[in-house]
Design a protein. Structure first.
Length: 489
């Protein structure tokens, strides 16, 4: 059967890392992009779109345009994504759709962070002449936290994901201390993968106890997480992909190295965490993943390698629950080592995962699955890739019915509790600690007896009675605006 020349394929990959020299994020992106373009010889003059993953590092307002100029490219489109770990897969899906429909010829997707370089050069030092117009921004730009979360100090990812983790710990019947041990067991295999990856920030095998035991260099950050169970953003890493159509790849003589984009799926959970009916589940992750698998005409048992987004351990359990696989699945749950051990370069981690999956499929054949999300397990993007062409062409999953059901299930959130005091049951809880191991906050999300949710913080002076305790399932009294709580009894 003749193959459609418009099938989108990945034909070039590149990754970069810098441990010793001070570099900028654009330096790292440039290195990775050059490697990817060299991996796809003959396509450099045909790049019609440059898409950059949002960078936290200082890069100015036009990083895609500046990167194109550095590489000697003249794309018709230069764009940058919104913030979020879903952005790499979203940009790849966007490129695949444009290629499949004839709207783009060759697309370069790149990103990097240089947060491991104190004093890295800023825009004025590494950009000769920044364009007057900023690059257009693509993606969902809504803020990840709303007023209810911010009033309770729920903004740092480690704090909100700790609330999610507390719900999973309670479901398993574990205290924070017991759950921390389980998390060490869960994440130790990730370190073994990172140890063999040439671009990992921490290429070192660690035992479970090294990850879960609190110590002076592995303090508890927010119960139940120690530092070594959290994504590491202070890294210098870059990645890039070159995508084109099968017809262009064949004409350039590189069709044999093409890896096919089979399908993609996207969905969002109830946007603000406090309004989610269940912290311990992600229906949007399920919708995006099963949608992508269904669009590809396969199920999870057909997948040979996968990478589950892993900024915190709960992200992995949310994914295995959503997909319907075990935490000890016979396939490794990561191809890189995950964000705590491979490195979590801002929004760009998943571009490294896709590049690694592509390289593995080139070498070994088979099918790969990527999951990713932005904000607090909020906006999800999933991709399926194959060494062989898909039976029905590239497909984008229709998750609209699932999205309507998710949005419909949002819970009303109380900004304050005005009638003196109200009773509630805790559904997510954590205790946050400073560098000196002093507890400074104990936020919760609780369900009021009238069914509304509320984000609240502990009354001053109650922290000593709360620390080390998982409050999920306990009743509290909530009052005031912004809300504060006290344990009943």
């Amino acid at each position: 059967m003749a193959l459609d020349d418009r099938l989108p394929v990945v034909v070039g990959t590149g990754q970069s890392i810098e441990r010793l020299r001070t570099v900028s994020a654009l330096d790292l992106a440039t290195t990775a992009a050059r490697t990817a373009l060299d991996d796809a010889p003959g396509l450099r003059p045909r790049v019609s779109r440059v898409s950059i993953v949002n960078m936290v590092s200082p890069v100015g307002r036009s990083p895609a345009t500046v990167l194109a100029r550095r590489l000697g490219l003249s794309p018709r489109v230069a764009e940058v994504s919104t913030l979020g770990g879903n952005s790499p897969q979203m940009l790849v899906a966007r490129a695949a759709t444009a290629i499949a429909t004839g709207q783009a010829d060759v697309v370069l997707v790149a990103g990097a962070e240089a947060l491991g370089s104190p004093g890295a050069p800023g825009p004025s030092e590494n950009i000769d002449a920044e364009p007057a117009e900023p690059d257009p921004v693509v993606g969902d730009a809504r803020p990840g936290a709303g007023g209810h979360e911010m009033a309770a100090g729920l903004l740092a990812p480690v704090t909100i994901f700790a609330l999610i983790e507390s719900a999973l710990a309670a479901r398993a019947g574990r205290s924070f201390a017991e759950h921390r041990v389980a998390l060490g067991e869960r994440m130790a295999p990730f370190t073994r993968v990172a140890a063999s990856h040439p671009f990992a920030w921490f290429p070192r095998v660690r035992q479970p106890g090294e990850l879960s035991t609190a110590s002076t260099d592995n303090r508890v950050v927010s119960e139940p997480f120690t530092k070594r169970l959290c994504a590491m953003m202070r890294v210098n890493q870059g990645a890039a992909l070159v995508l084109t159509s099968l017809g262009v790849a064949r004409a350039a003589g590189i069709g044999a190295q093409a890896v096919f984009c089979w399908s993609s799926g996207e969905a969002t959970d109830v946007w603000f965490p406090t309004a989610r009916p269940h912290l311990e589940r992600s229906p949007a992750m399920a919708a995006a993943t099963h949608g992508a698998l269904g669009a590809a005409g396969i199920d999870i048992d057909d997948v040979d390698c996968l990478d589950l987004y892993s900024c915190f351990p709960c992200a992995v359990e949310l994914a295995t629950d959503a997909i319907g696989i075990r935490l000890d699945d016979h396939r490794a749950l990561t191809v890189t080592g995950g964000l705590p051990y491979f490195g979590g370069p801002g929004s760009n981690y998943t571009l490294h995962a896709i590049a690694t999956v592509v390289n593995r499929l080139r070498a070994d054949g088979g099918i790969g699955l990527i999951t990713s999300f932005g904000w607090y397990a909020t906006k999800h993007a999933v991709g399926v890739y194959g060494a062989a062409p898909p039976a029905s062409g590239y497909r984008v999953a229709d998750t609209s019915a699932s999205q309507r059901a998710i949005d419909h299930d949002a819970v009303e959130v109380a900004a304050g509790v005005d009638a003196g005091a109200s009773k509630a049951v805790v559904i997510g809880a954590t205790v946050a600690y400073g560098p000196d191991a002093t507890a400074f906050s104990a936020p919760v999300i609780a369900r009021l007896d009238d069914g509304r949710h509320v984000a609240a913080v502990a009354h001053d002076g109650d922290l000593s009675a709360i620390r080390d305790r998982n409050l999920v399932g306990l009743r509290v009294t909530v009052c005031g605006t912004p809300p504060r709580y006290r344990l009943e009894g």
